[in-house]
Design a protein around this ligand. Sequence first.
Ligand SMILES: C[S@@+](CC[C@H](N)C(=O)[O-])C[C@H]1O[C@@H](n2cnc3c(N)ncnc32)[C@H](O)[C@@H]1O
Length: 248
Amino acid sequence: MTLLTYSSSLIKKLVNSNGHSLEYIDGFYVDKNLHRKPLPSVIFHHGKLYYRYMDRIFSPTPIKKMEAKQSMLMCEIRLKYFDEFVDDAYNLKVINEFISYIPPNKHRLNILDFGCGNGKYTLGLKSRVEQSEVFGVDISMNAIKCAEKNYPNIFWFHINDQTPLPFQDGYFDFIFSSFVMHFNISKFFICELNRILAKNGKFIFNIYNEKYFSNELFQHMEKSGFRVDEIKPSFQTNQSFYMVKKNK
Ligand SMILES: C[S@@+](CC[C@H](N)C(=O)[O-])C[C@H]1O[C@@H](n2cnc3c(N)ncnc32)[C@H](O)[C@@H]1O
C-alpha cells in the first residue's frame, strides 16, 4: 500500500507543516490548497488512514467499500467545490465521447443520465438529437435541486434504492453514467437499470479510475441480465468506456 512508503512523521510533516491544512467536512477531510501538489493517495491524519478521492477529498473508507450515503456526501463536497475541484475540460472530453455514441440521424431518443450530479454534463446529451427526451436521476437531493434550478428543460428525479426508478420497462434507448459506476452501486439499481433499458438499448459508462474497477459490479450486472459488449479505450482521455447491452 502506498502508505508504507511514507513514514508517519513525514506524512505528518506533509499534512501539517507544508501548507496542507485540511478542513473537516461531514466526516471527510478536504485539501483546499489548490496551489499545492495533491497529497499522496493514502494519508495518516489525526491517527487514522484516509483515502484520497479525486485530488483533494480524503475519506476514512476506501471508495469501493463506501455505503451509498457516504459516497453521496462525498460527492456533495465535490459539488460544493465544483469549480475548484472538477477538471471541466477533461470531463467535457469524456462527455463528448459519450455523445459520439448517440446516432445523430434518429428523430427521437429517450436518454437517461444515471448519477447526473448537478446536471452540467447531462445537458450535452440533449445536444446530439434535439427531439430526444433526456432525464437525469441522482441519489443526492442537493444535486437534483441544483440541476432543476440550472437546467429546466431536462426531467430530473431524486432516486433511492428502495423505490423502483420512475420509468416504464424498456423506456430508454441509452443510459449514460459518467464518473459514477466505481461507487458501490446497489444490486437493486443495477436490476432497475436493466429493467428500464430498451431491448436493443445501450448502457454506456466510464469508471473514474481503473484502480476502482470492481469485479463485483460486473458480476451483479451479469446476474441482472446485462453483458459487457465492448470496452472501448478513449483516445482523448485515459478512460475506458464500457458498452453494455441487455442479454435478452
Ligand atoms: C462524481 S459524481 C458524477 C456526477 C456527474 N455524472 C458528473 O459527471 O459530473 C457521482 C454521482 O454519483 C452519485 N452516487 C454516489 N454514490 C452512489 C451510489 N452508491 N449509488 C448511486 N449513486 C451514487 C452521487 O450522488 C453523484 O452525484
